[in-house]
Design a protein around this ligand. Structure first.
Ligand code: 13P
Ligand code: SF4
Length: 302
């Protein structure tokens, strides 16, 4: 099948099965194009919570599909590539977090949505990169732990002067960005605005003209009067940025900004997921109910 035939086959299967396709901005272009909804982690979880489709095909990574299942347990949630995970989500385990909680019962556990259902179940509230500031401000006078992204946590701690412990996890894509990348690209494109995702290190964020979630970065490029940007996040977002602003220029901060897991999913995997109802993501009821509390708290504070 060529791409047009594949799009048509996916459309037919979607209709037949009352399915909806959600794609994260880091997915490759054709996968974003075939999706009914494209967005950041927060937006996609809100869509998952409210859709009336019977099947949710989540073109993203495992924690995103798991979050969709937690929020919409009666739906069938499919992850087109079963192996698509998030290395950062696996940097905090249930056992270690339980040990921490026993030692620090007074700390509110704020959990990045890039985490497993078991870790969410042990947390008080979830956040995504687009609502982290708003939610953390709500808890700012309490003792906190932020899991698992030390970079986003450090950024919040710096901005709001928090009493917050940071788990030593990180995103292997954003954490690899260096001050050298910033200096090189700023020298090469002196009139470009530097925009960066908060999963990068604090010293880089301090150099940025704008820091925000994937959706925040996209909206910034759409609404800004500037027409040239150095983009410090996974390169899948450039597809959508160029689509919205065809006359603006975008430079990726480092050509290595590719999330291997996000790029595992191709159009054919979306088609096969719909055709064979694969690969279903499930969450045990006891974990789901506890994880739901942390996600529901996040959605109500968003
Ligand atoms: P957002 O889309 O919430 O900004 O998240 C980025 C990310 O790393 C997803 O894996
Ligand atoms: Fe995980 Fe980073 Fe990939 Fe996002 S970009 S899925 S945080 S490894």
């Amino acid at each position: 099948m060529n791409q047009t035939e594949m799009f048509e086959a996916i459309r037919r299967l979607k209709e037949e099965k009352n399915a909806v396709i959600l794609a994260h901005y880091y997915q490759e272009g054709p996968v974003q194009d075939v999706a009914d909804y494209t967005g950041d982690s927060l937006y996609l979880s809100q869509v998952a919570a409210s859709t009336d489709a019977d099947i949710i095909v989540f073109a993203g990574v495992h924690f995103m599909a798991e979050t969709a299942k937690i929020l919409s347990p009666e739906k069938t949630v499919l992850l087109p590539v079963a192996e698509a995970g998030c290395p950062m989500a696996d940097m905090v385990t249930e056992v270690r977090l339980e040990q921490y909680r026993k030692k620090h019962p007074d700390r509110v556990v704020v959990c990045y949505v890039n985490s497993t259902a078991r870790v969410k179940a042990l947390s008080d509230v979830c956040v995504t990169s687009s609502n982290a500031e708003k939610i953390i401000k709500h808890y700012k006078d309490q003792k906190l732990l932020y899991v698992p992204d030390k970079n986003l946590g450090a950024y919040m701690k710096y901005k709001y002067d928090l009493d917050m412990d940071l788990w030593p996890g990180f995103c292997c894509v954003h954490n690899d960005l260096t001050m050298d990348d910033v200096r090189t690209m700023k020298a090469k494109y002196p009139s470009a605005q530097l925009i960066i995702h908060p999963e990068a290190k604090l010293e880089l964020l301090q150099e940025a003209d704008y820091v925000g979630s994937t959706k925040g970065l996209l909206e910034y490029t759409i609404n800004s009067d500037h027409d040239e940007f150095i983009v410090g996040t996974e390169d899948g977002i450039l597809h959508t940025m160029k689509k919205h602003s065809p006359n603006k220029t975008f430079h990726i901060l480092n050509s290595g900004l590719k999330c291997y897991d996000m790029k595992l999913t191709h159009l054919e995997d979306v088609y096969l997921a719909l055709k064979h109802n694969q690969f279903e993501v499930t969450v045990p009821d006891d974990i789901r109910e506890k994880a739901f509390q942390a996600l529901d708290k996040m959605l109500s504070l968003s």
